[in-house]
Design a protein around this ligand. Structure first.
Ligand SMILES: [Zn+2]
Length: 200
């Protein structure tokens, strides 16, 4: 399996490679130069965001959740819910990237709900921000469906590029194995459990 740095390079290169595909497609769809450029930037940006910050390796590679800084703990439950061997939940083409986006929203909403409940005990009432954010996202999707679609497409391809890279390495190893070459699984750069243990 490629390590975090290799995956980062794959993410950025494949993201940039999407631009000359998305831009003419959008232009041919009858959009203006500006709108095509904006939507292309959204696809590329979401692709990189997904690959770099919402990597499928969030459950095993602390190099990824370290990128969330002081909010790294947001991904603690995810590591328990999606152990790495469950590849259909962490490594996949379409559902896993969307699942991670949904996960973040649900966890942040639950945390906020807990804080709001605790504050209510001492008489402090806070607005229901998660519901407001959800309504705002629905409004955004209705007002700018093409841009939201462009973002989601990029977000999905960002996760898919990672999974395809992992699968190609695994497939390549199986192929070499059939030819008589034996390669040991190398997680030395991929799984930094030791570092996480030190942090805790
Ligand atoms: Zn992986």
């Amino acid at each position: 399996m490629p390590g975090a740095k290799t995956h980062d390079a794959i993410t950025v290169v494949s993201g940039l490679a999407l631009a000359p595909i998305a831009y003419p497609l959008l232009l041919n769809g009858g959009l203006s130069l500006e709108v095509s450029g904006l939507d292309t930037a959204l696809v590329v940006g979401a692709h990189c965001l997904s690959g770099l910050m919402f990597s499928p390796d969030l459950d095993i590679d602390s190099a990824i959740d370290n990128r969330w800084g002081i909010f790294f703990w947001v991904w603690r439950p995810y590591m328990r819910i999606v152990p790495h061997h469950r590849h259909w939940l962490s490594h996949g083409l379409v559902i896993p990237p969307l699942l991670r986006l949904l996960y973040l929203f649900v966890v942040v909403s639950l945390l906020f709900g807990g804080v709001a409940l605790a504050l209510a005990q001492i008489g402090v009432v806070v607005p229901d921000y998660p519901a407001q954010v959800f309504d705002a996202l629905l409004l955004l999707a209705r007002a700018h469906p093409r841009e939201v679609f462009a973002f989601l497409v990029g977000f999905i391809t960002g996760g898919a590029a990672h999974s395809l890279a992992d699968w190609s390495v695994t497939g390549g190893k199986h192929f070499l194995h059939r030819l008589g070459f034996r390669l040991a699984q190398d997680y030395s750069n991929h799984d930094q459990r030791h570092q996480r243990q030190q942090r805790w």
